[in-house]
Design a protein around this ligand. Structure first.
Ligand code: GAR
Length: 204
């Protein structure tokens, strides 16, 4: 059977990308990675991709800090299409995508967020949760919609926050969970084992 082709967008060290690479190799995800794209020329994620013989592209993001300039966004879409990408996975991609991008790939873009959404959206979610004093936080994989961290939730998993935790310790524990649940969400998509009713992603 033809494998699902995923495209991964990453801005940084790419540990989630690495977990996805490893799990495709282990057969835990029935998908192949068509390409990895970064908005940062020196992102370690690009090196991880090259090491795994995956096409790796730096594409200039434009002059804005939080989103891609429209003409740059078009270049991203062109590249994803060239590699026949069917599902886009944002893995530490620190930019907001615009409606034109979302229209092309509606329902086919996932993101991982290091908190239990809808709590602690945006940047530094682990630190936000720690400083707020919650006793439980975690990680969320969700579909991307027009908002920031607002799309339908696919998989979520919790971690408890202990008295002697530090923000760094919490971040590490959440990251371990991220590495597991992103692959689970991708596999769910690959098998088409879900339906969406309103905001609810229901496993079949
Ligand atoms: C991860 O913790 C991911 O959840 C977070 O960036 C980190 C990327 O790490 N993403 C966000 O905060 C998005 N709002 P990685 O480059 O090692 O995968």
């Amino acid at each position: 059977m033809k494998k699902l082709i995923i495209g991964i967008l990453a801005s940084g060290r790419g540990s989630n990308l690495q977990a996805i690479i490893d799990n495709t190799k282990k057969g835990k995800i029935d998908a192949e990675i068509g390409c990895v794209i970064s908005d940062k020329e020196d992102a370690f994620a690009l090196e991880r991709a090259r090491k795994a013989n995956i096409p790796a592209h730096y594409i200039y993001p434009g002059t804005h800090k939080t989103f891609l300039d429209p003409e740059c966004e078009a270049e991203y879409i062109k590249c994803l299409k060239k590699h026949n990408v069917e599902l886009i996975c944002l893995a530490g991609f620190m930019r907001v995508l615009h409606p034109p991008f979302l229209r092309v790939y509606r329902g086919r873009i996932m993101n991982i967020h290091p908190a239990l959404l809808p709590s602690f959206k945006g940047l530094h979610a682990q630190k936000q949760a720690f400083d707020y004093g919650v006793k439980v936080s975690g990680a969320t994989v969700h579909f991307v919609d027009e908002g920031v961290d607002t799309g339908p939730i696919i998989v979520q998993r919790a971690v408890e926050i202990e008295n002697d935790d530090t923000p760094d310790m919490l971040e590490q524990r959440i990251l371990k969970i991220e590495h597991k649940i992103y692959s689970e969400a991708i596999q769910l998509f690959a098998e088409g084992r879900f339906k969406i009713i309103g905001r609810r992603v229901i496993k079949k």
